[in-house]
Ligand binder design. Structure first.
Ligand SMILES: [Zn+2]
Length: 285
C-alpha cells in the first residue's frame, strides 16, 4: 500500500501536469470506487472546473478545483498518473479525467480498492479532519505525544498506523521507524519512556523524508506516474529482512504478527527490557 513517501512522490509528479488545466470530462469503469457518489454526479461536478492546486494530506491526494476538491486514496494497488491521449490503455485503468490539453488523469488500480470522492468547497471532508500531524511539516512536542500515549494501551507498532496520530505512516515505515528509534514494537505506547518518545519524534520525519528522497518504496505495485520505481526497498533495515542480520548490532531480525500485520524488528537492539505488551506490568514514565 502506498504510504506517505509514495503518495507524495505521485503528487509531486502530477502537480505540474494538472495545475491550471481544465477538466472537460470524466469516465469511470468501476462505479463502486466513487460510492456513495455516482459516476454521473462526479462527472457533472468536475466538468469545466480548473485545477487550482494538487496536494497531499496523510495518504490522501487532494486535487483542488474552482468549486470543490477531488479526494483520491490509492489503497492497495492504486496508481495515479497523467498520460497523453495517444498512449494505449492499460487493462487496469479505472477512472479517467480528460483535460483541456488532450492529456488524461488516470487512476490505474488492479484490485479496485482505491477511492475517489468529490467534495464541494465549503466543507473539509471528515476523512481529512480526522488526520493527525503531517510528519514532514509538524513536529509534536514530547509532552504532547506523551499525553496522548498515556491513554493508549495499544502496542506502539499498531498505534503508529493510527492516522489520527501521525498521518501517512503505514505498515512498512512503522517497522523502519521503530528500528531507527530503537523501540520494541510490542511495547505499549503508554509505557514508552521520555527518551523513547524523543527518539520516535526524531525518527518519524527522518525515515519518511529519506524514503521520499528515494522516490518511495517499490514492492509489487507502486510505480510513480512516469512508470519509474522508488528505491527505498534497498534501504530497508528490518522490513522483509527476517532471519537476516541487524545492520546496527548484528542481532537477528525477526517477523511477528500484530493486529494481522507483519512487524519486523531486531531481537537484540530492540529487545524489550521490560513491559512485554499484555504480559507484564509497566514502568513509570
Ligand atoms: Zn539490532
Amino acid at each position: 500500500m502506498p504510504e506517505l513517501p509514495e503518495v507524495e512522490t505521485v503528487v509531486r509528479l502530477i502537480r505540474p501536469r494538472l495545475t491550471g488545466r481544465k477538466m472537460i470530462g470524466a469516465r469511470f469503469s468501476v462505479p463502486r470506487q466513487l460510492r456513495p457518489q455516482t459516476p454521473d454526479s462526479v462527472r457533472r461536478a468536475v466538468r469545466c472546473q480548473v485545477v487550482s492546486r494538487v496536494q497531499r494530506r496523510g495518504k490522501y491526494i487532494l486535487i483542488d478545483l474552482d468549486k470543490g476538491t477531488l479526494l483520491v486514496h490509492l489503497r492497495m494497488t492504486g496508481r495515479l498518473y497523467v498520460r497523453s491521449s495517444g498512449k494505449p490503455h492499460d487493462a487496469h485503468e479505472r477512472a479517467f479525467f480528460d483535460l483541456d490539453d488532450g492529456c488524461t488523469l488516470v487512476l490505474n488500480d488492479s484490485r479496485t480498492l482505491g477511492t475517489i470522492r468529490y467534495f464541494s468547497k465549503k466543507k473539509l471532508p471528515a476523512q481529512i479532519q480526522r488526520l493527525g500531524w503531517e510528519p514532514l511539516e509538524e513536529t509534536p512536542g514530547p509532552d504532547q505525544v506523551r499525553d496522548i500515549f498515556r491513554r493508549r494501551t495499544l502496542a506502539i507498532k499498531p498505534l503508529l498506523l493510527d492516522q489520527s496520530l501521525w498521518a501517512g505512516i503505514g505498515n512498512i515505515y512503522a517497522s523502519e521507524i521503530l528500528w531507527d528509534a530503537t523501540i520494541n514494537p510490542q511495547k505499549r505506547a503508554s509505557q514508552l519512556t521520555r527518551e523513547e518518545i524523543r527518539r520516535l519524534i526524531d525518527s518519524v520525519p527522518r525515515i519518511l523524508r529519506h524514503a521520499l528522497e528515494c522516490g518511495g518504496t517499490t514492492l509489487r505495485n507502486f510505480a510513480d506516474p512516469d512508470g519509474k520505481s522508488g528505491s527505498y526497498q534497498d534501504e530497508f533495515r528490518v522490513y522483509g529482512r527476517d532471519g537476516e542480520t541487524c545492520l546496527r548490532c548484528g542481532g537477528v531480525i525477526v517477523r511477528i504478527v500484530q493486529a494481522q500485520r507483519s512487524t519486523y524488528y531486531c531481537k537484540k537492539c530492540q529487545k524489550m527490557r521490560q513491559n512485554i505488551c499484555g504480559k507484564e506490568k509497566g514502568e513509570i514514565v
